[in-house]
Design a binder for this molecule. Structure first.
Ligand code: GAL
Length: 383
């Protein structure tokens, strides 16, 4: 990723939408047609859709928030819109895009379930003449993708690693590594960003990796090649970001670990859902005296875990700013203007013009300021 991330500014938040009600314009839950939900907002009333959004799953709170923000923001901007969900299935994702094309969508915003497989859905959209924006996760190995809007994923991993390092003293500290789904390009970038920080501390003996022989074998190498990353993620990734798999993997690691690799431990977990499940597994092991664990997405259950001392940090990706950036792009495109971008992201085939946003570390010490004072959450939601 070229480094052109932009810092969030108040102006980005102008379109910010509060609340979590299910909007009338949202599409149904992952039926092959992309299902239900009449388009709404400034429309002709004939069922056509100007902007179509396809999100990966309803099973993670963050995508439900995005659905609300898209529906409300696009309707407010005067565009008919429809949000549908892929429910973890690239086939459903493609059908959802076909449905949007049939409804006349001119801009199609896709957060891919699987970055490679989504290239087929991009083809479908492009053949219809629509402009395609990859949202939050880039779509890989296609030269047809028009734009990407997302966060600086390497900086997410960096924030996680920096946090762990800030909590660590002495030498020989057990380090457990986990990563997101290999179908998601972000998972590689999160881990890569973390590795660049952690590696010198592994090489100097501050940490000892417990659960990845591949990472241990590469512990002298700071700049990992794609094949190196693939080897490590082959051992530590959690397919589909699945919560049950995350817990199972942690339990297996703990069964395999000697008591000398327990005690006070450090855990790189890629996002909040997996972090909570991994944390539960570690908390249940009587040989674990304390653990520090990372997360990402500031999901409400994780902020509650942070307040209760069961998760150590999360990374805030302000989805208000992200949906606003995507809505702004759609508005520019529909108005015949070239969207503003901060740089490019290489998707394996081309340099994709991109709008890349920055992230923030959230802990028990600053969650009120960052999340409550900014109106992202209400204090009583976090109880
Ligand atoms: C990533 C996304 C994260 C997290 C994860 C699990 O691609 O950037 O914010 O939600 O997927 O869905």
């Amino acid at each position: 990723m070229k480094k052109f991330a932009r810092i969030l500014t108040a102006s980005l938040l102008v379109l910010s939408i509060a609340g979590c009600s299910t909007p009338a314009s949202s599409g149904g839950g992952g039926t092959p047609t992309g299902g239900g939900g009449a388009p709404s907002g400034g429309g002709s009333g004939d069922g056509t859709v100007q902007v179509g959004i396809v999100l990966p799953t309803k099973d993670e709170p963050r995508w439900m928030q995005d659905q609300t923000r898209f529906s409300e923001g696009l309707t407010q901007a005067g565009f008919t819109n429809q949000v549908s969900f892929s429910q973890g299935d690239s086939g459903i994702e493609r059908s959802n895009v076909e449905t949007l094309v049939q409804k006349g969508a001119k801009v199609i915003i896709i957060c891919p379930q699987d970055g490679n497989a989504a290239a087929a859905a991009v083809e479908v959209a492009k053949e219809s003449g629509a402009t395609v924006i990859a949202y939050d996760r880039v779509i890989t190995n296609t030269d047809k993708l028009d734009y990407f809007v997302g966060f600086d994923s390497e900086n997410v991993g960096k924030a996680q690693a920096d946090y762990l390092i800030s909590q660590t003293t002495g030498a020989g500290n057990p380090l457990y590594l986990y990563a997101g789904s290999v179908s998601d390009e972000n998972a590689f970038n999160f881990f890569n960003g973390a590795w660049k920080e952690l590696q010198p501390k592994i090489a100097d003996g501050t940490y000892v990796i417990v659960n990845s022989s591949e990472a241990t074998a590469l512990s002298d190498k700071n700049e990992l090649a794609r094949e190196d990353l693939a080897k490590i993620l082959g051992q530590i990734s959690i397919q589909n970001w699945d919560l049950g798999l995350a817990k199972g993997k942690a339990e297996t690691d703990l069964i395999g670990a000697p008591v000398s690799s327990k005690g006070n431990v450090f855990i790189l977990a890629p996002n909040d859902g997996t972090a909570r499940n991994i944390a539960d597994a570690f908390a249940a092991d009587s040989d674990i005296l304390s653990y520090k664990i990372t997360g990402q997405d500031v999901e409400i259950p994780s902020i509650q875990y942070i307040i209760q001392g069961k998760q150590s940090m999360s990374v805030f990706k302000d989805t208000r700013a992200l949906t606003n950036a995507a809505i702004q792009m759609a508005t520019d495109i529909l108005g015949g203007n070239t969207p503003t971008t901060t740089g490019t992201v290489n998707n394996g085939a081309i340099e994709v013009p991109s709008d890349v946003l920055e992230v923030q570390t959230v802990t028990v010490d600053n969650y009120k300021e960052i999340l409550v004072d900014s109106g992202y959450y209400q204090e009583d939601q976090l109880k």
